[in-house]
Design a protein around this ligand. Sequence first.
Ligand SMILES: NC[C@H]1CCC[C@@H](CNc2ccc(C(N)=O)cn2)C1
Length: 246
Amino acid sequence: MEISVVSLFPEMFAAVRDYGVTGRAVQNGLLSIQCCNPRDFTTDRHQTVDDRPYGGGPGMVMKTEPLQQAIAVAKASVAPGATVIYLSPQGRQLTQAGLAELAAKPSLVLLAGRYEGVDERLIDSEIDEEWSIGDYVLSGGELAAMVMIDGLSRLLPGVLGHHLSAEQDSFAEGLLDCPHYTRPEHFRGMAVPGVLLSGNHEAIRRWRLKQSLGRTWLRRRDLLEQVELSDEQNKLLAEFIRELDD
Ligand SMILES: NC[C@H]1CCC[C@@H](CNc2ccc(C(N)=O)cn2)C1
């Protein structure tokens, strides 16, 4: 997947380009992240990247000329037909399903806004999709863009080894993740659930699924209402709920 980001702070993207799962995806050529800085397209001595809002009021708006040139270069630096995305609280709420849609695209241009935002006419003429990572306002779109990059990278073929995909499975099934344990076997007076030491992989699979179902039922009933449960899942959830009263 090719991603080109338009941002006034391109150095921030080292956080996804140079570390962890996403950093390895870049090294393995499964993901490319390029940055385009509107400041590089200014022509005045002060390299002005913001401009005053028509209608007055507090704050500034991103200056249109440098921004539109940066978007043009960003589009030209990835495979043609890139989807141009703007991150803002006004966008479509990002979910795991939304990430799956985005991961299927050949290339993306992500516009990370600053100040009070971008001229609406630039949004109307350049932006294909507006996305939000949640109902809150950040100082810029960069962190939202990195959340999107991280989440969709995990869905690219070859990025996650089999050992990490387990977590993927639970949320991909619309459930919360099960509890995890590692050494020592006894920690602060608490033991590891016996089934996990049994070596019985089928019993372990069922226990983990039961825990995911139970947790989702307890903490995110709204998610559970969106999931079509199998007979096995319904049985395990009923068992979990019965055992709550024990
Ligand atoms: N009107 C404020 C707005 C103007 C345009 C630039 C954004 C940058 N900040 C963001 C971006 C995205 C999100 C999110 N939830 O995805 C939150 N915050 C702020």
